[in-house]
Design a protein. Structure first.
Lengths: 253, 247
């Protein structure tokens, strides 16, 4: 039982196309209860892999009924105009904490012109972006952030198998944050990042309900963070970045 | 009620030695034993990484020398998939030494369709050895199918769970390591679909973090009997030859 809040900055709601029965908000809450997660920031799986505006629309009423869930609006970098319309449509509700961008399903890497255009559009909104990172193109993010001064970015999966470059990128830009969720569990992944990235730029993410939170909690545990590092990682950094202090208080924390 | 904090009896996926792409990870056996002990893992099927990278014969000798004396531990031999010419003699030496499991490594870039790979599998099965197999299950399963093989697939991913279950329905000796079965219901789905006799706890310590696998198993929503099987019973039966397959 954790004696501090836990904010999971990388969650999903809804079914995936794998052999998993994980599609309901009840499953989000079951896992949050099992692992003492206080608040989870989720994107609609449907929005990630198929139809961004459609998935966002289906997630909206879920967020209204689940005070421990906050949303990411999924943005497809192939259609920034639709994304801008979605942001204007949904952000005023206050139920959303930022924007989620995947690179694999839209087939647009971080250094693509479509992604640059999308970042420029999102800069007008000044949002936090959770972006899927997998490999060396995480090193493009500091440059993109330098061009878009109102943005802050969370590198989902912290580069996956290039955690070393993720730590380097975080050192290069104080508006770039890292979170460890991933099905890859190499011992050095989080140990290296904890030792080499600025601690105020580390967040906790699980990728639930796609991935069981055991993976991220186990990675962190085996890296043996100090008590102070734990507090920053598990909730303080996220509460500051996403402005969740009031919501934590409302939830009794 | 089984105490889910009680030790996990057996880990099917443990290495020691050194690993060139991760040379900074301490992998000496003493450190590995301490890591497992802290994680509540009592025993393991362990293999020297020397055979994976450099010399299978030297590595197997090292594995037998240091693992065999450990209570509750089993040595896993390996065969160099890039030089199948000496597989038969080395497997004979392993059988004579009492080794019951052979691990095939994926770092050697040998596909299951390669002649050397097929030869090693043929000769290992001929000697009634349990195989511990790295690599994408969807690619390597066929080399072992319809042969009454006892195989622990070490890299079955949650994303590929349906493929494993479809095959396991026909293969009583096919077992998946829990290491990458990391969706919230992967372990429960395998147990429900084909039974705990198709699952064995694995962590790939110390190359991979140990706690993701232990925490997941301790949260598994399965019966006490099934939990004990996944935590060691299934694998022990395989290694002890008590698992009847192909019948």
């Amino acid at each position: 039982m954790a004696d501090h809040p836990i904010i999971d900055v990388h969650g999903h709601w809804g079914p995936w196309f794998f052999a998993m029965d994980i599609g309901t908000a009840r499953e989000n809450i079951r896992l949050m209860d099992a692992y003492d997660i206080t608040i989870q920031l989720v994107s609609a799986a449907e929005g990630v892999v198929y139809d961004a505006p459609g998935g966002n629309a289906r997630l909206s009423p879920i967020l209204e009924s689940q005070p421990r869930l906050r949303g990411y609006l999924v943005v497809n970098p192939n259609d920034p105009d639709a994304a801008a319309a979605d942001l204007r449509r949904h952000l005023p509700s206050g139920l959303w904490s930022g924007v989620k961008i995947h690179t694999g399903y839209p087939l647009r890497p971080i250094d693509s012109p479509q992604m640059r255009e999308t970042f420029a559009m999102l800069n007008e909104f000044g949002v936090v972006i959770l972006i899927h990172t997998w490999g060396p193109d995480i090193l493009v993010l500091p440059e993109l952030l330098a061009q878009n001064s109102r943005l802050r970015v969370v590198a989902g999966h912290m580069g996956a198998d290039r955690w070393d470059l993720a730590a380097q990128a975080a050192r290069d830009c104080d508006r770039l944050y890292l979170e460890p969720s991933c099905s890859l569990t190499e011992t050095m992944r989080f140990r290296h990042v904890l030792a080499h990235a600025p601690i105020r730029q580390l967040l906790f993410g699980t990728d639930a309900t796609l991935i069981d939170p055991a993976v991220a909690f186990g990675l962190v545990a085996d890296a043996a963070p100090t008590r102070e590092q734990e507090e920053l990682l598990f909730w303080k950094n996220a509460a500051d970045l996403f402005g969740l202090h009031d919501q934590l208080a409302n939830l009794g924390n | 009620m089984v105490d889910r904090l009680r030790p996990i009896a057996l880990d099917c996926d443990v290495l020691f030695g050194t690993w060139p792409p991760r040379a900074q990870v301490r992998m000496d056996l003493a450190t590995v034993r301490t890591t497992l002990d802290k994680a509540g893992i009592r025993g393991a099927v362990a293999c020297s990484a020397r055979g994976a990278w450099f010399d299978d014969i030297e590595g197997n000798t090292e594995t037998i020398d240091v693992v065999s004396p450990l209570d509750g531990w089993y040595p896993a031999a390996t065969i160099n998939l890039r030089n199948g010419l000496r597989a038969e003699s080395e497997l004979d030496r392993m059988v004579a030494a009492g080794v019951r499991a052979v691990r095939l490594f994926a770092n050697q870039s040998a596909a299951p369709t390669f002649p050397g790979y097929r030869h090693v599998v043929d000769e290992a099965l001929r000697r009634n050895l349990v195989l511990l197999v790295e690599g994408d299950f969807r690619v390597c399963w066929q080399a072992y199918a319809e042969r009454a093989a006892r195989v622990v697939f070490l890299d079955v991913h949650a994303y590929h769970l349906a493929d494993f279950i479809l095959v396991a329905r026909q293969e009583p000796g096919f077992v998946a390591s829990t290491r990458l079965l990391n969706a919230p219901d992967s372990i429960e789905t395998v147990v429900g679909e084909v039974g705990a006799g198709h699952l064995a706890f694995g962590s790939r310590s110390p190359l991979h973090a140990t706690s993701p696998a232990t925490i997941r198993l301790r949260h598994a929503r399965i019966s006490d009997t099934d939990w004990s099987a996944v935590a060691g019973g299934t694998l022990r039966d395989l290694l002890d030859g008590e698992r009847k397959v192909g019948g």
